[in-house]
Design a protein around this ligand. Sequence first.
Ligand code: GDP
Length: 593
Amino acid sequence: MVVERKPITLPEYITVAELASRLEISANDIIKTLMKQGLMVSVNQTLTFDRASQIASAFGFDAASAPAEEPFVEEPDDPSTLVARPPVITVLGHVDHGKTSLLDAIRKTNVTAGEAGGITQRIGAYQVDHNSRRITFLDTPGHEAFTAMRARGAQVTDVAVLVVAADDGVKPQTIEALNHARAAKVPIVVAINKVDKPGANIDKVKQQLADLQLLSEEWGGQTVMVPVSAKQNQGIDELLDMILLVADLQELKANPHKHGIGTIIEAKLDKGLGPVATVLVQNGTLMLGDAVVVGNVVGKVRALINDHGERVRKAPPSTPVEIIGLETVPQAGDLLHVVDDEKLSRQIVTDRLIKDRETRMQAVSRTSLDDLFRQMKEGEVKDLNIIIKADGQGSVEALKHSLTRLSNAEVRVNVIHGGVGTITESDIMLATTSNSMIIGFNVRPDPTIKRLADQESIDIRLYRVIYHVIDEIKAAMTGMLEPEFEETMLGRADVRQIFKVTGVGIIAGCMVTDGKIIRESDVRVLRDGVVVYEGKIDSVRRFKDDVKEVAAGYECGIGVSKFPGIQQGDVIEAYQLKEIARKEIAPEQPATR
Ligand code: GDP
């Protein structure tokens, strides 16, 4: 008797539980089958397609593998379906320069009489009407949120408004914001704010921006700069005019007639409503009742709430709406897709979770100095992107200048960003989105930042002498990197108090917070992540005893007479240098598991 085998399509990876449900058998049957082959698995274990198809076959199925592509390949829209959509604006700039005030002032231009009490609810983005046109503003100002979203692959901003206070001028975060916007290739409109203040100097701001290659239109450049006062509501209309003008150059269009696609702007867990997320619809129209997949979260849109707190039935392109009905809280930057049925959405999420784990396990290939030459030879890199963080503006400028000059016919060296201070999360995010390496000059990242960089495979190089930086980059570009000294961080201690002890010298009363402090090791003293001293310590003491080392969680006295400038709040970092052989450049090492 020939038994008809049932056809079934299986994904590249599938859990035992999911396979059982697809084959309509119990998970136990699968576990037992595998046990007979000497394999112990659990219900939640993931099986490869090969293994799963073997099992399927044992139960009378003929398995074919499902195409492994991303389920949401966006077909290009037929031009006849496209209609203009509102531009989406992000406000960036230095702290206290008036980003929030400006967003409030813009929002107020649109409060209708009925809403005299102001906006009922804040949902992470809002829309205003200006000259019978609509503009969408993201309500989370600052480049951190902007770049964090980009790091997750989301590009939602069409125009960045860079706010610079006219009385304070260009500040470090102004430059940072500018570089983040540039790295994202988003057009910039400058709002010169606080022009009502006595110390306001608009021309000075323009001059400072010109020094950063952002030249205002009046001065023959390309950048629109509008003087405003968020506090006195001056210049807001002009700013909105200009935003529309700059946005129009991009001819922003979308197709409202298809399933909605959007990006999560923010999300939270509401005690009463469950997961609540603000999504910015970017294409198509999101409808009440739609089944959706958001990152690794599934859901069904049970309610759509607009920026006025009103329930709506649909959200066309560029509209921010709050959605209720997701099973768990997604992350900002996650993409939202509408799917045809809920069952499919669950399958997509399982596939994605597995794929995510896979990608996490494979190291991402990013530009690192060790690998630069090989990548150059294979034509993989044409640009060496660098982010510089240093202890002073002078060093930033010097490094920027000398590094840019290293560009040659094969590689162009681009300094994507340079700033004063230690390496921060926002630098790592910028490095991931712009495929840059980070050079720290007399600054040290703290351990959490170091871990984040490792996770993201970002190459951080730390230096103390400018010509070492130049030499090493030059050497990397010619495949001649010297053996490297690898530094192991041994421990860190927070300086809690300073004592002067006669006959002994200066003692820093410390709490060891990480690893251990060893008497003989090299140390450096950090103040806000910037190296202020490097050398040795005299002694480590617990109570009255000299000890060799002190572990995390313990207090100790560290003798630092060689660095009398030590202060409460400094961090002492102990480390060890070890010479390591560089990786061979030519043969690729086989991947090991
Ligand atoms: P943010 O940190 O960039 O969001 O800045 P805020 O919007 O919180 O503003 C910082 C401070 O500057 C607040 O005290 C505001 O009242 C003030 N401020 C903002 N815009 C103006 C302005 O146009 N004129 C004046 N005089 N003060 C302003």
